[in-house]
Design a protein. Structure first.
Ligand SMILES: C[S@@+](CC[C@H](N)C(=O)[O-])C[C@H]1O[C@@H](n2cnc3c(N)ncnc32)[C@H](O)[C@@H]1O
Length: 262
C-alpha cells in the first residue's frame, strides 16, 4: 500500500516544469527522469511529500505533484480508440445523476477514459458494468483503470451489447457506440424506471436517427441534446486571452429518462 502523502518507489507522480512540460510517470529507485529542461534522479524525491521540487541538471525547477484523474486522462492513459474528452465527461457524469454506490451500464468501454470518471464517482461500493465488443480495447481500458486502482469498481464484459446485459435495475447508462438505436431496448430493460441514459454521438445524423428510434420506442421521455464547447485561456499577464486553438468538435450528448410503458 503506497502512502497517500509521501512519494515512494512505485508512486505515480506528475512532474511539472511549465504548462507545456508535464508528465505522469512512475517513481523507480535508481532511475533518472529526463526532459528537454534537464534530468534529475528519482532517488532525490523518494521519501519527500508530494508537492516537493527538485532542480534539474539544467538548473530548472521541477515540481513533483500527486497526479489527479485529469492528469492521467490528459497524459497518463494509453489511447487506442476515440475517447470522451474531459469537457464532455464532466457534464455527462453530472446528468447521469450518479454518486457513491451507483450501478452504471457502459458500452463500449473503448480506452476507458469515460469509465475512469464514472468509476471514480461510484466508488467505493458502486460498480460500472462495461460491455465491450473488442477484447484488445477492453485490455487497454483495464490497464488504464488499474493504474489508479479503479479497475476494482468496473466489471468488463466482452460482449456485443445487442446480445443483452446480465444486470437489471441499474441507476444510469452511458453509451458511446456507433449504432445506439440497435440497443435502445437492451438499455431500457437494464435500467430502473426513471433512470437516465446518455448517448454520445459524433454526428447530427446519428442524433436524428436516435431521436426517431427513441420516439418509436416509447419508453423514454425528457429527450435533450447538448454540445459542450470549452475554451482554455492563456495566462500571460498583459495578454490574457483564449488559446489560439481549441478542441472544435467531439460529439453530441443525448439524454433521456426511462418511464414505464402502459
Ligand atoms: C468510441 S469508443 C468508446 C470510448 C470510450 N467512451 C472512452 O472514453 O474511452 C467505442 C467503443 O465501442 C465499442 N463497441 C462498438 N459497438 C459495440 C457493441 N455493439 N457492443 C459493445 N461494444 C461496442 C467499440 O469496440 C469501441 O471500443
Amino acid at each position: 500500500m503506497l502512502s497517500p502523502d509521501l512519494i515512494e518507489e512505485g508512486s505515480d507522480v506528475l512532474v511539472y516544469i511549465d504548462p507545456r512540460r508535464k508528465w505522469v510517470t512512475r517513481v523507480v529507485k535508481g532511475k533518472v527522469f529526463g526532459s528537454d529542461r534537464g534530468t534529475f534522479r528519482m532517488d532525490d524525491v523518494i521519501g519527500k511529500p508530494f508537492g516537493t521540487s527538485v532542480n534539474t541538471s539544467m538548473n530548472v525547477r521541477a515540481y513533483v505533484l500527486k497526479p489527479l484523474l485529469i492528469d492521467y486522462i490528459e497524459r497518463g492513459f494509453e489511447r487506442r480508440t476515440q475517447v470522451i474528452y474531459p469537457k464532455d465527461a464532466g457534464f455527462i457524469a453530472l446528468i447521469l445523476g450518479i454518486g457513491p454506490g451507483s450501478r452504471v451500464l457502459e458500452a463500449g468501454i473503448g480506452s476507458g477514459f469515460m469509465c475512469s470518471v464514472i468509476a471514480n464517482i461510484v466508488r467505493p461500493n458502486g460498480k460500472v458494468y462495461a460491455y465491450e465488443i473488442r477484447p484488445e480495447f477492453a485490455e487497454i481500458a483495464r490497464k488504464n483503470l488499474a493504474r489508479l486502482g479503479l479497475d476494482k469498481y468496473v466489471e468488463i464484459k466482452i460482449r456485443d451489447l445487442r446480445e443483452g446485459v446480465d444486470e437489471k435495475d441499474l441507476d444510469a447508462a452511458i453509451l458511446d457506440l456507433p449504432d445506439p438505436w440497435d440497443v435502445l431496448d437492451v438499455v431500457y430493460r437494464a435500467l430502473k424506471p426513471s433512470a437516465p441514459a446518455v448517448f454520445f454521438l459524433p454526428t447530427v445524423s446519428q442524433v436524428e436517427k436516435l431521436l426517431e428510434a427513441i420516439e418509436r420506442h416509447g419508453g423514454f421521455v425528457d429527450a435533450r441534446c447538448f454540445e459542450i464547447l470549452l475554451r482554455e485561456y492563456q495566462l500571460v499577464r498583459g495578454a490574457i486571452r483564449p488559446h489560439t486553438t481549441m478542441v472544435g468538435h467531439t460529439g453530441y450528448i443525448m439524454f433521456v429518462r426511462k418511464v414505464l410503458k402502459d
